[in-house]
Design a protein around this ligand. Structure first.
Ligand SMILES: [Zn+2]
Ligand SMILES: [Zn+2]
Length: 312
């Protein structure tokens, strides 16, 4: 098997693109896919300040790496959840990448430590509010990431969601006809109101397997295991189903998700209406001032509930 581009020995085969690549052409292919995503979805420009949510996993570290290699101003943001060995290992991966690649490229790593800022570990917080650890963690991560982005004047927040994540999410939304979620699902969410930063997913054209290969070939060490608190069994099932379809007919995943985006692009005018609708619904949280659809935002509710439960 030879590289489709340069005819030397290939190291990876990409059936959905009818291609095989050597290490350097594959790296070029990944950079190119990200560049195309950024351009076609009008995500950001060379002067914009970007903050990447990094977890220590392959997707977010690959994203940070590609953005820096493409010459973007991208800093990292890591939330230390304090989940024993898992958090220690993932933080080590993030720190190592920052020291070896990001800092020498002029980038900064911001770290938010839950135990210090929220006053309790994530497990403890979840127990206090009687909610699953995963949803408590999600609320805190989203909130702190957005707060850091707004307070430190970043133009864009970027996350490492890949094609598999987005296709699985789309399948779930379609199966349950979650029209509200379908309307909002996409690689670019504009900063619809004051207090909310623009959100983008520059890896939506790349699969999980391609991102793992990118990290291995470019010597980016990452944490392989998922968060031990993660539940997402349903998402895993959707991914499995999509992978079966993909094996039978390569390209199904991208056809499904990109086709959805293409169809919606044709209805752009209606998305303007959505932004207006959002603006009407959101207003500042009465406690912290961040945008919310309720009187008090879900983060402040969570923290208030946690405090009430603390004896004395
Ligand atoms: Zn090649
Ligand atoms: Zn609030």
């Amino acid at each position: 098997m030879n590289c489709t581009k340069c005819k030397t020995k290939a190291v990876i085969k990409l059936p959905r693109h009818h291609a095989a690549f050597c290490k350097s052409c594959f790296t070029g292919f990944v950079h190119d896919q990200v560049a195309r995503a950024i351009k076609s979805e009008a995500m950001f420009g060379k002067d914009d300040r970007i903050v990447v949510a990094v977890s220590g996993g392959k997707d977010s570290l690959a994203l940070w790496d590609v953005l820096l290699k493409l010459g973007y101003k991208a800093d990292g943001f890591y939330v230390n959840l304090g989940i024993g060995g898992y958090s220690e290992r993932s933080y080590r991966m993030v720190q190592r990448f920052a020291e070896m690649v990001a800092v020498p490229a002029g980038a900064v790593l911001h770290t938010h430590t839950v135990e210090q800022e929220e006053g309790a570990g994530i497990k403890e917080l979840a127990q206090l509010v009687h909610r699953p650890t995963c949803s408590t963690c999600g609320t805190i991560k989203r909130y702190q990431f957005n707060r850091a982005a707004v307070e430190q004047d970043y133009d864009v927040m970027a996350t490492g969601h890949n094609l598999d994540d987005e296709a699985a999410r789309l399948l779930g939304n379609v199966l349950h006809w979650q029209e509200g979620y379908l309307e909002k699902q996409g690689p670019t969410l504009p900063a619809s109101v004051d207090g909310f930063a623009k959100k983008v997913k520059p890896l939506y054209r790349l699969s999980e397997r391609e991102l793992a290969a990118y990290c291995v070939l470019n010597k980016i060490e990452y944490i392989v295991d998922e968060c031990p608190m993660a539940q997402g069994a349903r998402t895993l099932l959707y991914k499995e189903v999509l992978n079966r379809l993909e094996t039978e007919s390569p390209g199904t995943k991208q056809y499904f998700y990109w086709g959805f985006l293409e169809t919606r692009r044709k209805q752009r005018s209606s998305s303007v209406a959505m932004t207006e609708k959002d603006q009407a619904m959101l207003h500042p949280c009465s406690t912290c001032g961040q945008p919310t659809t309720a009187e008090i935002c879900s983060y402040c509710k969570l923290m208030a509930r946690a405090k009430r439960e603390v004896p004395g």
